[in-house]
Design a protein around this ligand. Structure first.
Ligand code: NAD
Ligand code: 0WE
Length: 271
């Protein structure tokens, strides 16, 4: 057979993927959902609360999905109910995307030592890291072999920067979580990975002091001299959840225009 006669296919054909963490059209989860849809995935969505339902419904319908479930990851009961409801529509599925992070706003401003509180630490680690484990635990019995789980992290896990504070600690935990989940679920053929995305102006970033200045700084140092888009993060997410990435697990993949690889740019050096 001629090579050109080989049937071309998309990366996520016959894959059912659950997306958690979509708040609006700017969300990283939205970029991921669009990319996965473009690669042929069937999608289902969770939303945090009634307030966000309409937004999620609109984007889901544009991506041919009417599978929506409420899930507040701070509650085991809410996660359990979500999976019970999902199981009525999907007997089994092929993975989920965890695009959820939260710390109380007062933790994300000013000197780390002064801003840190026991309760802020607890909330940040609970919502931003433990929830990934909790979602994996709940999904386990429904996941097909060759499933893939994915979460979103940030450079603040391995390098300090102003204001990110306790979220840096929570992301370090989330990355370790990714490796331990990969080790625990690998024997069942389930892969677990994280994408470390560069800064993107989403809802979670909109309240952050001097975020625009940070982006300007970023575009100076990043080898690509620009910020990344949710589309670019989405495309890598689609790859990592596809069988093309069947040999990759427990990894943190940077989608940041190379920022983490550069200590200084020529512009910074010469200024
Ligand atoms: P976003 O505000 O669009 O998404 C955050 C989501 O977390 C929201 O959908 C919100 O509903 C959800 N969430 C928070 N608490 C929850 C709870 N208790 N239960 C269920 N859901 C809850 O912002 P985003 O930037 O798309 O963030 C998605 C992920 O990407 C986060 O983990 C964030 O840390 C990570 N990330 C963001 C950036 C960035 O610069 N925007 C960079 C790297 C990583
Ligand atoms: O992970 C994030 C966002 C994290 C985040 C943002 C908020 C704002 C609103 C977590 N919790 C909250 N809680 C709120 O009440 N990012 C990677 C984006 C981000 O946030 C920063 C950053 C960057 C980058 C905060 C300070 C400094 C840099």
């Amino acid at each position: 057979m001629k090579l050109s006669a080989i049937k071309k296919t998309v990366m996520l054909k016959n894959k059912k993927i659950l997306i958690a963490g979509l708040a609006n059209k700017h969300s990283i989860a939205t970029g991921i959902a669009k990319a996965m849809h473009a690669q042929g995935a069937e999608l289902a969505f969770t939303y945090q609360n009634e307030r966000l339902k309409k937004n999620v419904e609109k984007i889901a319908s544009e991506l041919n999905s009417s599978l929506l479930y409420e899930c507040d990851v701070s509650s085991d009961k809410s996660i359990e109910t979500m999976y019970q409801n999902l199981s009525k529509d999907w007997k089994s599925f092929d993975g989920f995307v965890h695009s959820i992070g939260f710390a109380p706003a007062n933790e994300l401003e000013g000197n780390f030592v002064e801003a840190a509180t026991r309760d802020g630490f607890k909330v940040a680690h609970d919502i931003s890291s433990y929830s990934f484990t909790a979602m994996a635990k709940g999904a386990k019995s429904m996941l097909n072999p060759s499933s893939a789980l994915l979460t979103l992290t940030y450079l603040g896990s391995i390098q300090s920067l102003p204001n990110y504070n306790v979220m840096g600690l929570a992301k370090a935990s989330l990355e370790a979580n990714t490796r331990f989940l990969a080790a625990a679920m690998g024997p069942d053929g389930i892969r677990v990975n994280a994408i470390s995305a560069g800064p993107i102006k989403t809802l979670a970033a909109s309240g952050v002091k001097n975020f625009r200045k940070m982006l300007a700084n970023y575009t100076k140092r990043a080898p690509l001299r620009r910020v990344v888009t949710t589309t670019e993060v989405g495309n890598v997410a689609a790859f990592l959840c596809s069988d093309l990435a069947s040999g990759i697990t427990g990894e943190i993949t940077y989608v940041d225009g190379g920022f983490n690889t550069a200590a200084m740019s020529i512009e910074e050096y010469e200024d």
